[in-house]
Design a protein around this ligand. Structure first.
Ligand SMILES: [Zn+2]
Ligand SMILES: [Zn+2]
Length: 330
């Protein structure tokens, strides 16, 4: 099968993914074999390809927002021909303290799709049967793909930040995840304040119903109940923190930050403000979000790249040149 393979991480401008023919995965017990129909591109893929996350798998096929059709290993519940999604969390041990306490997103021995095992930048992929999610009929392949990490982890960020209906919520950065989150916030009657670099990202935020839109230097005109940061930047975390009311919560939706700057405790964190990171996702997050996405008819804005152009898709993401989400199709 054709696949985009990472042999050694390097700056994306060096095009480290090689498009080549590799052996298709073989079906294993407890797994389904998928014919990949679309695979979303996530900032985590960029961190993996550029080596900001340590290498965990030799000759890796990245990609963890897989829309696939079951072509092997089907069961009564997961029939062959059925369309399912695969996300970042590809498996857990089920036995560690976190798994036994309904915190499977924090499992000590997790499997990460497209990182510790091969992912979906390929014609076929193998996935654990208990970690695939049947997809709503209403969403086609292209528009379902970005929901599978950008959407689900964005939704988890709302949970981690403790967002209540009707609150004032700040989104700092406006890429694939934020442009899906804003639709959920709208359905919850929240007011959304968006701070982001790039004129086209600001325009997209305004068109999707943001109450206020500003550049990354501008501060929202009101104190926020909750804030979520999406950029891999510690400076953005500080900007978001300085916008919170007392008792407000900041959720950092980033697997990697450039650094965490020193900041003034008395002014920024005192007053029971909280900073929390958002790590991975649970299967309940996935099921709940996919149900809500179908209910509110969430339709991502997508830019399509053929598999041959996987490097270019990641380069465009790095350069903030994509409004909404990038999706690779075979
Ligand atoms: Zn575990
Ligand atoms: Zn992701």
């Amino acid at each position: 099968m054709k696949a985009a393979v990472l042999s050694s991480p390097a700056a994306i401008s060096n095009r480290p993914l090689r498009i080549q023919d590799v052996a298709a995965p073989e079906l294993e017990p407890g797994h389904v074999l998928l014919r990949v129909r679309a695979c979303g591109v996530c900032r985590t893929d960029l961190h993996i390809v550029e080596g900001e996350l340590p290498v965990r798998h030799e000759a890796l096929i990245p990609g963890h927002q897989i829309v696939g059709e079951i072509v092997g290993g089907g069961t009564a519940q997961l029939r062959e021909g059925m369309r399912v999604g695969v996300s970042w969390i590809g498996g857990i041990d089920g036995t560690c303290w976190y798994c036994r306490h309904e915190l499977e997103n924090l499992c000590d021995a997790p499997t990460f799709t497209g990182y510790t095992v091969n992912g979906g930048y390929a014609e076929c992929a193998l996935a654990r049967s208990d970690f695939v999610f049947p997809l709503p009929e209403s969403l086609d392949n292209l528009h379902a793909a970005p929901l599978l990490c950008a959407g689900i982890i964005g939704f988890r960020s709302l949970r981690v930040a403790g967002v209540q209906h009707g609150e004032r919520v700040g989104l700092f950065g406006f890429g694939a995840s934020a442009h899906l989150v804003i639709a959920v916030l709208k359905s919850w009657k929240c007011q959304t304040y968006v701070s982001t670099r790039g004129e086209s990202h600001r325009k997209l935020a305004a068109s999707l119903g943001a109450e206020w839109v500003g550049s990354e230097q501008e501060k929202p005109p009101v104190e926020l109940d909750r804030a979520i940061t999406f950029a891999p930047s510690g400076d953005v975390v500080i900007a978001a923190l300085s916008s919170l009311r007392k008792g407000g919560v900041l959720a950092i939706n980033a697997i990697h930050l450039d650094r965490m700057p020193q900041f003034d405790y008395d002014r920024l964190l005192w007053g029971e403000r909280q900073i929390r990171s958002v790590a991975n996702m649970t299967r309940d997050d996935a099921r709940d979000f996919l149900r809500i996405a179908a209910e509110i008819q969430l339709r991502p804005q997508v830019t399509v790249f053929p598999l041959d152009q996987a490097n270019e898709a990641l380069l465009a993401l790095k350069n903030d040149a994509i409004d909404g989400a990038a999706v690779i199709v075979q």
